[in-house]
Write a new protein. Structure first.
Length: 531
Protein backbone atom coordinates (compact mmCIF):
# COMPACT_ATOMS: atom_id res chain seq x y z
CA UNK A 1 0.00 0.00 0.00
CA UNK A 2 1.56 3.27 -1.14
CA UNK A 3 -1.26 5.77 -0.51
CA UNK A 4 -4.37 6.33 1.56
CA UNK A 5 -7.04 8.84 0.57
CA UNK A 6 -8.81 10.60 3.40
CA UNK A 7 -10.83 13.43 4.81
CA UNK A 8 -9.56 13.88 8.37
CA UNK A 9 -11.86 13.49 11.35
CA UNK A 10 -11.52 13.53 15.12
CA UNK A 11 -12.74 9.95 15.38
CA UNK A 12 -9.49 8.56 13.98
CA UNK A 13 -6.90 11.17 14.94
CA UNK A 14 -4.60 8.45 16.24
CA UNK A 15 -4.48 6.72 12.86
CA UNK A 16 -3.57 10.02 11.23
CA UNK A 17 -0.83 10.48 13.81
CA UNK A 18 0.44 6.98 13.04
CA UNK A 19 0.69 7.92 9.39
CA UNK A 20 2.85 10.94 10.24
CA UNK A 21 6.09 8.91 10.29
CA UNK A 22 4.83 6.25 7.90
CA UNK A 23 6.12 5.69 4.35
CA UNK A 24 2.48 5.56 3.29
CA UNK A 25 1.50 8.79 1.54
CA UNK A 26 -1.62 10.48 2.92
CA UNK A 27 -3.63 12.23 0.22
CA UNK A 28 -5.98 14.78 1.78
CA UNK A 29 -9.25 15.11 -0.14
CA UNK A 30 -12.02 17.70 -0.01
CA UNK A 31 -14.99 15.35 0.43
CA UNK A 32 -15.30 11.72 1.47
CA UNK A 33 -16.94 10.78 -1.81
CA UNK A 34 -13.84 12.06 -3.60
CA UNK A 35 -11.59 10.06 -1.28
CA UNK A 36 -13.57 6.92 -2.03
CA UNK A 37 -13.42 7.54 -5.78
CA UNK A 38 -9.65 8.02 -5.62
CA UNK A 39 -9.15 4.79 -3.69
CA UNK A 40 -11.36 2.95 -6.17
CA UNK A 41 -9.43 4.38 -9.13
CA UNK A 42 -6.11 3.37 -7.61
CA UNK A 43 -7.40 -0.17 -7.16
CA UNK A 44 -8.34 -0.32 -10.83
CA UNK A 45 -4.90 0.83 -11.90
CA UNK A 46 -2.80 -1.29 -9.54
CA UNK A 47 -4.89 -4.42 -9.00
CA UNK A 48 -4.46 -3.95 -5.24
CA UNK A 49 -7.19 -2.81 -2.84
CA UNK A 50 -7.48 0.98 -2.72
CA UNK A 51 -7.68 2.49 0.77
CA UNK A 52 -9.88 5.34 1.97
CA UNK A 53 -10.23 6.70 5.50
CA UNK A 54 -13.21 8.70 6.74
CA UNK A 55 -14.75 9.81 9.98
CA UNK A 56 -17.90 8.41 11.55
CA UNK A 57 -21.49 9.23 10.62
CA UNK A 58 -21.52 11.96 7.96
CA UNK A 59 -18.09 11.00 6.66
CA UNK A 60 -19.07 7.37 6.24
CA UNK A 61 -22.33 8.44 4.58
CA UNK A 62 -20.45 10.46 1.96
CA UNK A 63 -18.20 7.48 1.20
CA UNK A 64 -21.13 5.15 0.50
CA UNK A 65 -21.13 5.99 -3.22
CA UNK A 66 -17.65 4.50 -3.65
CA UNK A 67 -18.60 1.39 -1.67
CA UNK A 68 -21.65 0.81 -3.85
CA UNK A 69 -19.61 1.31 -7.01
CA UNK A 70 -16.87 -1.03 -5.81
CA UNK A 71 -19.50 -3.66 -5.04
CA UNK A 72 -21.27 -3.49 -8.41
CA UNK A 73 -18.05 -2.99 -10.37
CA UNK A 74 -16.20 -5.77 -8.51
CA UNK A 75 -13.34 -3.49 -7.42
CA UNK A 76 -11.18 -4.26 -4.34
CA UNK A 77 -11.57 -1.44 -1.82
CA UNK A 78 -10.95 -1.11 1.92
CA UNK A 79 -12.75 1.71 3.73
CA UNK A 80 -11.66 2.56 7.28
CA UNK A 81 -14.24 4.53 9.24
CA UNK A 82 -13.94 6.02 12.69
CA UNK A 83 -16.57 5.06 15.26
CA UNK A 84 -17.78 6.52 18.55
CA UNK A 85 -16.24 5.11 21.75
CA UNK A 86 -17.51 1.62 22.49
CA UNK A 87 -19.12 2.47 25.83
CA UNK A 88 -21.28 5.13 24.15
CA UNK A 89 -22.94 2.76 21.68
CA UNK A 90 -26.72 2.68 21.67
CA UNK A 91 -27.12 6.13 23.24
CA UNK A 92 -27.46 8.12 20.01
CA UNK A 93 -24.13 9.73 20.73
CA UNK A 94 -22.68 12.42 18.49
CA UNK A 95 -22.37 11.04 14.92
CA UNK A 96 -23.30 7.52 16.01
CA UNK A 97 -24.37 5.11 13.28
CA UNK A 98 -24.65 1.36 12.83
CA UNK A 99 -21.79 0.53 10.50
CA UNK A 100 -22.96 -3.04 9.90
CA UNK A 101 -26.53 -1.99 9.10
CA UNK A 102 -25.32 0.74 6.76
CA UNK A 103 -22.81 -1.27 4.76
CA UNK A 104 -23.80 -4.88 5.41
CA UNK A 105 -25.83 -5.27 2.23
CA UNK A 106 -23.30 -3.56 -0.03
CA UNK A 107 -19.86 -4.55 1.26
CA UNK A 108 -18.39 -8.04 1.08
CA UNK A 109 -17.66 -7.84 4.78
CA UNK A 110 -17.95 -5.35 7.66
CA UNK A 111 -15.38 -5.67 10.46
CA UNK A 112 -15.01 -3.77 13.73
CA UNK A 113 -11.79 -3.52 15.73
CA UNK A 114 -13.30 -4.14 19.16
CA UNK A 115 -10.26 -6.07 20.37
CA UNK A 116 -6.92 -4.30 19.88
CA UNK A 117 -5.07 -7.63 19.86
CA UNK A 118 -7.14 -8.62 16.80
CA UNK A 119 -6.27 -5.50 14.81
CA UNK A 120 -3.56 -7.06 12.66
CA UNK A 121 -5.71 -10.10 11.91
CA UNK A 122 -8.73 -7.96 11.03
CA UNK A 123 -6.80 -5.67 8.71
CA UNK A 124 -5.15 -8.61 6.96
CA UNK A 125 -8.57 -10.26 6.58
CA UNK A 126 -10.01 -7.04 5.13
CA UNK A 127 -7.39 -6.81 2.41
CA UNK A 128 -7.60 -10.50 1.58
CA UNK A 129 -11.40 -10.47 1.37
CA UNK A 130 -11.43 -7.35 -0.81
CA UNK A 131 -9.09 -8.90 -3.37
CA UNK A 132 -10.06 -12.58 -3.34
CA UNK A 133 -12.80 -14.37 -5.28
CA UNK A 134 -15.17 -11.78 -6.68
CA UNK A 135 -13.34 -8.55 -5.65
CA UNK A 136 -15.26 -5.89 -3.78
CA UNK A 137 -15.35 -3.48 -0.84
CA UNK A 138 -14.66 -4.25 2.82
CA UNK A 139 -15.47 -1.75 5.57
CA UNK A 140 -13.50 -1.63 8.83
CA UNK A 141 -14.84 0.25 11.85
CA UNK A 142 -12.37 1.87 14.26
CA UNK A 143 -13.83 2.61 17.75
CA UNK A 144 -12.18 5.78 18.95
CA UNK A 145 -10.77 4.55 22.27
CA UNK A 146 -9.43 1.28 20.83
CA UNK A 147 -6.96 3.20 18.71
CA UNK A 148 -5.10 4.28 21.85
CA UNK A 149 -4.76 0.85 23.43
CA UNK A 150 -1.44 -0.94 23.20
CA UNK A 151 -1.24 -4.40 21.72
CA UNK A 152 1.42 -7.07 21.67
CA UNK A 153 -0.12 -8.80 18.69
CA UNK A 154 2.42 -9.30 15.88
CA UNK A 155 1.85 -8.04 12.38
CA UNK A 156 -0.03 -10.58 10.30
CA UNK A 157 1.27 -11.19 6.82
CA UNK A 158 -1.48 -10.79 4.23
CA UNK A 159 -2.77 -14.01 2.79
CA UNK A 160 -2.03 -14.41 -0.90
CA UNK A 161 -4.95 -14.15 -3.23
CA UNK A 162 -5.36 -17.50 -4.90
CA UNK A 163 -4.76 -17.67 -8.62
CA UNK A 164 -5.97 -21.14 -9.61
CA UNK A 165 -3.91 -22.95 -12.16
CA UNK A 166 -5.49 -22.49 -15.58
CA UNK A 167 -7.92 -25.21 -16.37
CA UNK A 168 -10.50 -25.91 -18.98
CA UNK A 169 -8.23 -25.08 -21.91
CA UNK A 170 -9.41 -28.24 -23.64
CA UNK A 171 -13.07 -27.21 -23.25
CA UNK A 172 -12.36 -23.81 -24.75
CA UNK A 173 -10.41 -25.24 -27.66
CA UNK A 174 -13.11 -27.80 -28.40
CA UNK A 175 -15.81 -25.14 -28.29
CA UNK A 176 -13.90 -22.91 -30.71
CA UNK A 177 -13.37 -25.79 -33.09
CA UNK A 178 -17.11 -26.46 -33.09
CA UNK A 179 -18.19 -22.82 -33.43
CA UNK A 180 -18.83 -20.93 -36.63
CA UNK A 181 -18.88 -17.49 -35.00
CA UNK A 182 -16.79 -17.54 -31.79
CA UNK A 183 -16.43 -14.35 -29.73
CA UNK A 184 -14.63 -13.56 -26.50
CA UNK A 185 -16.17 -10.92 -24.23
CA UNK A 186 -13.57 -9.28 -21.99
CA UNK A 187 -14.50 -7.62 -18.72
CA UNK A 188 -13.77 -7.42 -15.03
CA UNK A 189 -10.64 -5.99 -13.51
CA UNK A 190 -7.05 -6.92 -12.79
CA UNK A 191 -6.00 -7.43 -16.41
CA UNK A 192 -2.33 -6.92 -17.20
CA UNK A 193 -1.13 -5.27 -20.38
CA UNK A 194 0.66 -8.50 -21.28
CA UNK A 195 -2.57 -10.51 -20.98
CA UNK A 196 -4.45 -8.07 -23.20
CA UNK A 197 -1.74 -8.27 -25.84
CA UNK A 198 -1.58 -12.06 -25.66
CA UNK A 199 -5.37 -12.36 -25.93
CA UNK A 200 -5.45 -10.18 -29.05
CA UNK A 201 -2.74 -12.25 -30.73
CA UNK A 202 -4.53 -15.48 -29.82
CA UNK A 203 -7.91 -14.25 -31.06
CA UNK A 204 -6.46 -13.00 -34.34
CA UNK A 205 -4.81 -16.38 -34.92
CA UNK A 206 -7.95 -18.36 -34.10
CA UNK A 207 -10.55 -16.24 -35.87
CA UNK A 208 -12.22 -15.17 -32.62
CA UNK A 209 -13.83 -11.74 -32.38
CA UNK A 210 -13.16 -9.62 -29.29
CA UNK A 211 -15.94 -7.59 -27.71
CA UNK A 212 -15.54 -5.53 -24.53
CA UNK A 213 -18.00 -5.32 -21.69
CA UNK A 214 -19.41 -1.93 -20.71
CA UNK A 215 -16.54 0.37 -19.67
CA UNK A 216 -13.96 -2.38 -20.01
CA UNK A 217 -12.72 -1.28 -23.43
CA UNK A 218 -9.14 -0.68 -22.28
CA UNK A 219 -8.27 -4.38 -22.01
CA UNK A 220 -7.35 -4.87 -25.68
CA UNK A 221 -5.57 -2.49 -28.04
CA UNK A 222 -8.21 -1.04 -30.39
CA UNK A 223 -5.84 -1.47 -33.34
CA UNK A 224 -6.32 -5.23 -33.17
CA UNK A 225 -8.30 -6.35 -36.25
CA UNK A 226 -10.23 -8.70 -33.95
CA UNK A 227 -11.55 -5.90 -31.72
CA UNK A 228 -15.19 -5.10 -32.47
CA UNK A 229 -15.88 -2.45 -29.81
CA UNK A 230 -17.54 -2.25 -26.40
CA UNK A 231 -21.11 -3.09 -25.49
CA UNK A 232 -23.46 -1.05 -23.33
CA UNK A 233 -24.79 2.48 -23.46
CA UNK A 234 -23.72 4.52 -26.51
CA UNK A 235 -22.24 1.42 -28.15
CA UNK A 236 -22.09 0.87 -31.89
CA UNK A 237 -25.01 -0.99 -33.45
CA UNK A 238 -22.61 -3.27 -35.32
CA UNK A 239 -20.93 -4.32 -32.08
CA UNK A 240 -24.29 -5.31 -30.64
CA UNK A 241 -25.13 -7.22 -33.81
CA UNK A 242 -21.83 -9.14 -33.64
CA UNK A 243 -22.52 -10.02 -30.01
CA UNK A 244 -25.97 -11.25 -30.91
CA UNK A 245 -24.65 -13.26 -33.87
CA UNK A 246 -21.91 -15.11 -31.98
CA UNK A 247 -22.70 -18.79 -31.49
CA UNK A 248 -19.93 -19.16 -28.90
CA UNK A 249 -19.54 -16.55 -26.15
CA UNK A 250 -16.39 -16.92 -24.07
CA UNK A 251 -16.51 -14.52 -21.12
CA UNK A 252 -13.12 -13.65 -19.65
CA UNK A 253 -13.34 -11.78 -16.34
CA UNK A 254 -17.04 -10.95 -16.59
CA UNK A 255 -20.49 -12.40 -17.09
CA UNK A 256 -23.52 -11.83 -19.30
CA UNK A 257 -25.28 -8.93 -17.58
CA UNK A 258 -28.08 -6.48 -18.27
CA UNK A 259 -26.15 -3.49 -19.62
CA UNK A 260 -24.12 -5.44 -22.19
CA UNK A 261 -27.21 -7.35 -23.35
CA UNK A 262 -29.45 -4.27 -23.64
CA UNK A 263 -31.65 -5.39 -20.73
CA UNK A 264 -31.33 -9.07 -21.72
CA UNK A 265 -32.65 -8.49 -25.24
CA UNK A 266 -29.56 -9.46 -27.30
CA UNK A 267 -26.90 -12.14 -27.11
CA UNK A 268 -28.79 -14.26 -24.60
CA UNK A 269 -29.16 -17.46 -26.67
CA UNK A 270 -25.79 -18.51 -28.09
CA UNK A 271 -25.23 -22.18 -28.72
CA UNK A 272 -22.37 -22.29 -26.18
CA UNK A 273 -21.47 -20.09 -23.21
CA UNK A 274 -18.23 -20.36 -21.22
CA UNK A 275 -17.40 -18.11 -18.27
CA UNK A 276 -13.83 -17.80 -16.96
CA UNK A 277 -13.13 -15.65 -13.92
CA UNK A 278 -12.30 -15.50 -10.21
CA UNK A 279 -15.91 -15.77 -8.99
CA UNK A 280 -16.91 -19.41 -8.42
CA UNK A 281 -20.58 -18.40 -8.29
CA UNK A 282 -20.66 -16.23 -11.45
CA UNK A 283 -22.69 -13.57 -9.66
CA UNK A 284 -24.85 -11.50 -11.99
CA UNK A 285 -24.77 -13.94 -14.90
CA UNK A 286 -27.99 -14.26 -16.89
CA UNK A 287 -28.96 -16.88 -19.43
CA UNK A 288 -27.35 -20.16 -20.48
CA UNK A 289 -24.01 -21.19 -19.00
CA UNK A 290 -22.42 -24.41 -20.23
CA UNK A 291 -19.00 -24.25 -18.57
CA UNK A 292 -17.80 -22.23 -15.57
CA UNK A 293 -14.05 -22.11 -15.01
CA UNK A 294 -12.73 -20.52 -11.83
CA UNK A 295 -9.36 -19.03 -12.71
CA UNK A 296 -7.33 -15.86 -12.79
CA UNK A 297 -7.87 -14.36 -16.24
CA UNK A 298 -4.23 -13.40 -16.72
CA UNK A 299 -2.93 -16.91 -16.08
CA UNK A 300 -5.75 -18.39 -18.16
CA UNK A 301 -4.92 -16.18 -21.14
CA UNK A 302 -1.25 -17.09 -20.74
CA UNK A 303 -2.22 -20.75 -20.92
CA UNK A 304 -4.31 -20.12 -24.04
CA UNK A 305 -1.38 -18.38 -25.70
CA UNK A 306 1.02 -21.16 -24.73
CA UNK A 307 -1.36 -23.79 -26.03
CA UNK A 308 -1.59 -21.92 -29.35
CA UNK A 309 2.18 -21.84 -29.66
CA UNK A 310 2.36 -25.59 -29.06
CA UNK A 311 -0.33 -26.54 -31.56
CA UNK A 312 0.95 -28.43 -34.58
CA UNK A 313 1.54 -26.24 -37.60
CA UNK A 314 -0.75 -28.45 -39.66
CA UNK A 315 -3.63 -27.84 -37.26
CA UNK A 316 -3.06 -24.11 -37.42
CA UNK A 317 -3.02 -24.15 -41.19
CA UNK A 318 -6.42 -25.83 -41.34
CA UNK A 319 -8.14 -22.85 -39.72
CA UNK A 320 -8.68 -19.27 -41.00
CA UNK A 321 -5.78 -17.63 -39.23
CA UNK A 322 -6.03 -14.31 -41.04
CA UNK A 323 -8.30 -11.81 -39.32
CA UNK A 324 -9.45 -10.57 -42.71
CA UNK A 325 -11.09 -13.91 -43.45
CA UNK A 326 -12.68 -14.39 -40.04
CA UNK A 327 -16.45 -14.34 -39.56
CA UNK A 328 -16.29 -11.01 -37.74
CA UNK A 329 -14.34 -9.13 -40.45
CA UNK A 330 -17.38 -7.25 -41.83
CA UNK A 331 -18.27 -6.09 -38.31
CA UNK A 332 -14.71 -4.85 -37.82
CA UNK A 333 -14.86 -2.85 -41.05
CA UNK A 334 -18.12 -1.23 -39.98
CA UNK A 335 -16.76 -0.46 -36.51
CA UNK A 336 -13.61 1.15 -37.91
CA UNK A 337 -15.70 3.32 -40.23
CA UNK A 338 -18.05 4.35 -37.42
CA UNK A 339 -15.14 5.34 -35.20
CA UNK A 340 -13.56 7.61 -37.77
CA UNK A 341 -16.46 9.03 -39.79
CA UNK A 342 -18.10 12.31 -38.81
CA UNK A 343 -21.61 12.58 -40.22
CA UNK A 344 -22.42 15.96 -41.70
CA UNK A 345 -25.36 18.07 -40.73
CA UNK A 346 -26.37 21.55 -39.74
CA UNK A 347 -25.22 22.60 -36.27
CA UNK A 348 -25.58 25.86 -34.41
CA UNK A 349 -22.54 28.10 -34.53
CA UNK A 350 -23.32 29.05 -30.94
CA UNK A 351 -22.04 25.74 -29.63
CA UNK A 352 -19.03 23.49 -30.06
CA UNK A 353 -19.66 20.58 -32.46
CA UNK A 354 -18.58 17.60 -30.38
CA UNK A 355 -18.53 15.18 -33.32
CA UNK A 356 -15.96 17.17 -35.24
CA UNK A 357 -14.10 18.41 -32.17
CA UNK A 358 -13.50 14.98 -30.64
CA UNK A 359 -12.65 13.42 -33.99
CA UNK A 360 -10.04 16.10 -34.65
CA UNK A 361 -8.72 15.84 -31.10
CA UNK A 362 -7.90 12.16 -31.62
CA UNK A 363 -4.85 13.35 -33.56
CA UNK A 364 -3.34 15.14 -30.54
CA UNK A 365 -3.88 12.38 -27.98
CA UNK A 366 -0.85 10.68 -26.45
CA UNK A 367 -0.27 7.11 -27.58
CA UNK A 368 -1.01 5.87 -24.05
CA UNK A 369 -3.08 7.80 -21.53
CA UNK A 370 -5.60 7.36 -18.72
CA UNK A 371 -9.19 8.39 -19.41
CA UNK A 372 -11.44 8.99 -16.39
CA UNK A 373 -15.11 9.92 -16.38
CA UNK A 374 -18.36 9.49 -14.51
CA UNK A 375 -21.86 8.96 -15.85
CA UNK A 376 -23.56 10.94 -18.59
CA UNK A 377 -23.99 11.25 -22.34
CA UNK A 378 -20.98 13.57 -22.58
CA UNK A 379 -18.62 10.56 -22.59
CA UNK A 380 -20.11 9.11 -25.79
CA UNK A 381 -18.00 11.25 -28.12
CA UNK A 382 -14.69 10.15 -26.61
CA UNK A 383 -15.92 6.55 -26.54
CA UNK A 384 -16.55 6.74 -30.26
CA UNK A 385 -13.72 8.85 -31.66
CA UNK A 386 -10.82 8.22 -29.26
CA UNK A 387 -9.10 4.86 -29.83
CA UNK A 388 -7.28 3.30 -26.90
CA UNK A 389 -3.91 1.83 -27.76
CA UNK A 390 -1.72 -0.45 -25.67
CA UNK A 391 -0.99 1.11 -22.28
CA UNK A 392 -4.13 3.26 -22.14
CA UNK A 393 -6.54 2.80 -19.24
CA UNK A 394 -10.17 3.68 -18.52
CA UNK A 395 -11.53 4.67 -15.09
CA UNK A 396 -15.32 4.86 -15.16
CA UNK A 397 -18.12 3.54 -12.94
CA UNK A 398 -20.00 0.58 -14.32
CA UNK A 399 -22.88 1.28 -11.93
CA UNK A 400 -23.63 4.64 -13.56
CA UNK A 401 -22.60 6.86 -10.66
CA UNK A 402 -21.87 10.51 -11.38
CA UNK A 403 -18.87 12.45 -10.10
CA UNK A 404 -16.00 9.99 -10.57
CA UNK A 405 -14.00 11.70 -13.31
CA UNK A 406 -12.07 14.41 -11.47
CA UNK A 407 -11.13 12.47 -8.31
CA UNK A 408 -10.26 9.38 -10.36
CA UNK A 409 -7.97 11.53 -12.48
CA UNK A 410 -6.15 12.74 -9.36
CA UNK A 411 -5.54 9.16 -8.21
CA UNK A 412 -4.40 8.16 -11.69
CA UNK A 413 -1.86 10.97 -11.79
CA UNK A 414 -0.44 9.79 -8.46
CA UNK A 415 -0.54 6.04 -9.10
CA UNK A 416 0.50 6.19 -12.75
CA UNK A 417 2.42 9.45 -13.20
CA UNK A 418 4.13 8.29 -16.39
CA UNK A 419 0.85 8.44 -18.36
CA UNK A 420 -1.07 11.65 -19.17
CA UNK A 421 -4.50 11.79 -17.56
CA UNK A 422 -7.68 13.18 -19.16
CA UNK A 423 -10.90 13.48 -17.19
CA UNK A 424 -14.27 13.99 -18.84
CA UNK A 425 -17.14 15.54 -16.92
CA UNK A 426 -20.52 16.95 -17.70
CA UNK A 427 -21.45 20.12 -15.88
CA UNK A 428 -23.63 18.14 -13.47
CA UNK A 429 -20.98 15.45 -13.05
CA UNK A 430 -18.18 17.93 -12.40
CA UNK A 431 -20.07 19.86 -9.74
CA UNK A 432 -20.52 16.69 -7.70
CA UNK A 433 -16.80 16.29 -7.03
CA UNK A 434 -15.16 19.21 -8.80
CA UNK A 435 -13.72 20.31 -5.47
CA UNK A 436 -11.09 17.60 -5.94
CA UNK A 437 -9.54 19.81 -8.62
CA UNK A 438 -8.16 21.70 -5.63
CA UNK A 439 -6.70 18.41 -4.39
CA UNK A 440 -5.00 18.03 -7.77
CA UNK A 441 -3.45 21.47 -7.33
CA UNK A 442 -2.32 20.63 -3.80
CA UNK A 443 -0.76 17.35 -4.92
CA UNK A 444 0.72 18.76 -8.11
CA UNK A 445 -1.22 16.16 -10.09
CA UNK A 446 -0.81 16.45 -13.84
CA UNK A 447 -4.41 16.15 -15.07
CA UNK A 448 -6.54 17.70 -17.81
CA UNK A 449 -10.28 17.99 -17.16
CA UNK A 450 -12.80 18.65 -19.94
CA UNK A 451 -16.07 20.06 -18.61
CA UNK A 452 -18.94 19.71 -21.08
CA UNK A 453 -21.36 22.51 -20.22
CA UNK A 454 -24.83 22.19 -21.75
CA UNK A 455 -26.65 23.51 -18.65
CA UNK A 456 -28.88 20.45 -18.31
CA UNK A 457 -28.72 16.92 -16.93
CA UNK A 458 -28.55 15.67 -20.50
CA UNK A 459 -29.16 11.96 -20.01
CA UNK A 460 -32.27 12.59 -17.93
CA UNK A 461 -33.56 15.17 -20.39
CA UNK A 462 -33.24 12.50 -23.07
CA UNK A 463 -35.45 10.18 -21.03
CA UNK A 464 -37.93 13.00 -20.46
CA UNK A 465 -38.13 13.74 -24.17
CA UNK A 466 -39.04 10.12 -24.78
CA UNK A 467 -41.51 9.67 -21.91
CA UNK A 468 -42.85 13.22 -21.47
CA UNK A 469 -42.15 15.16 -24.68
CA UNK A 470 -42.24 18.92 -24.34
CA UNK A 471 -42.31 18.78 -20.52
CA UNK A 472 -38.76 19.21 -19.17
CA UNK A 473 -38.78 19.20 -15.39
CA UNK A 474 -36.05 19.41 -12.77
CA UNK A 475 -33.16 19.11 -15.21
CA UNK A 476 -31.90 22.62 -16.05
CA UNK A 477 -28.92 24.34 -14.37
CA UNK A 478 -27.14 27.67 -14.21
CA UNK A 479 -23.40 27.08 -14.22
CA UNK A 480 -20.36 29.03 -13.09
CA UNK A 481 -17.40 29.92 -15.26
CA UNK A 482 -15.54 26.62 -14.95
CA UNK A 483 -12.31 28.02 -16.43
CA UNK A 484 -12.32 30.75 -13.79
CA UNK A 485 -13.01 28.10 -11.16
CA UNK A 486 -9.89 26.20 -12.24
CA UNK A 487 -7.80 29.35 -12.09
CA UNK A 488 -9.20 30.22 -8.67
CA UNK A 489 -8.05 26.82 -7.42
CA UNK A 490 -4.54 27.48 -8.72
CA UNK A 491 -4.73 25.51 -11.96
CA UNK A 492 -4.94 26.60 -15.55
CA UNK A 493 -8.35 27.25 -17.10
CA UNK A 494 -9.32 27.47 -20.77
CA UNK A 495 -12.61 28.52 -22.34
CA UNK A 496 -13.19 26.81 -25.70
CA UNK A 497 -15.98 28.36 -27.75
CA UNK A 498 -15.10 27.33 -31.31
CA UNK A 499 -14.94 23.76 -32.62
CA UNK A 500 -11.65 24.34 -34.41
CA UNK A 501 -10.02 25.50 -31.15
CA UNK A 502 -10.76 22.31 -29.22
CA UNK A 503 -7.90 20.10 -30.48
CA UNK A 504 -5.11 22.70 -30.21
CA UNK A 505 -6.33 23.82 -26.78
CA UNK A 506 -6.42 20.22 -25.57
CA UNK A 507 -2.87 19.77 -26.84
CA UNK A 508 -1.79 22.90 -24.94
CA UNK A 509 -3.48 21.70 -21.76
CA UNK A 510 -1.84 18.29 -22.01
CA UNK A 511 1.55 19.96 -22.40
CA UNK A 512 0.97 22.01 -19.25
CA UNK A 513 2.65 20.58 -16.14
CA UNK A 514 -0.09 20.56 -13.55
CA UNK A 515 -3.89 20.64 -13.39
CA UNK A 516 -5.69 22.19 -16.36
CA UNK A 517 -9.37 22.48 -17.28
CA UNK A 518 -11.18 23.06 -20.57
CA UNK A 519 -14.65 24.59 -20.34
CA UNK A 520 -16.62 23.83 -23.50
CA UNK A 521 -20.14 25.05 -24.28
CA UNK A 522 -22.29 22.44 -26.03
CA UNK A 523 -25.79 22.23 -27.48
CA UNK A 524 -28.34 21.15 -24.83
CA UNK A 525 -30.52 19.57 -27.54
CA UNK A 526 -27.83 17.13 -28.72
CA UNK A 527 -27.78 13.87 -26.78
CA UNK A 528 -25.42 11.51 -28.64
CA UNK A 529 -22.94 11.52 -31.54
CA UNK A 530 -24.44 11.69 -35.01
CA UNK A 531 -24.81 8.39 -36.87
Amino acid sequence: MERVYCVPGESYLDVLDGLYDSPVRTVVCRQEGGAGWMALAEARLTGRPGVAMVTRGPGAANAMIAVHTAYQDKTPLVLFSGLIPTEQRGREAFQEFDITAWFGSTAKKVLIVDDPDSTARIVADAFHTAASGRPGPVVVGLPEERLLELTTSPVVAPRPVSAPAPQGIAEVEAAIAAAARPAVVVGGEGWTAEAGEALAAWAEARGVGIIADFRAHDIVDHRSPAFLGPLGYSSFAGTREAFDAADLQLYLGGVRSDVMSASYSIGTEPRTTIVVGPDPDAHGHFGPLDTLITADVNSFVAALAENEQNRPAAAQAEEPAAAESAWYAPFRVRYAEWRTTVVGGERSEEYLDRDRAYREAAAVLPEAFTLAYGAGNYSAWALRYWPLQAGSRVLAPKNGAMGMGTPAAVAAALARPEAPVIALAGDGCFMMNGQEFATAVHEGANITVIVDDNSVYGTIVGHQEREYPGRPSGTSMTNPDFAAYARACGGRGYTVERTEDFAPTLAEALAHEGPALLHIRTDPTVRLPRT
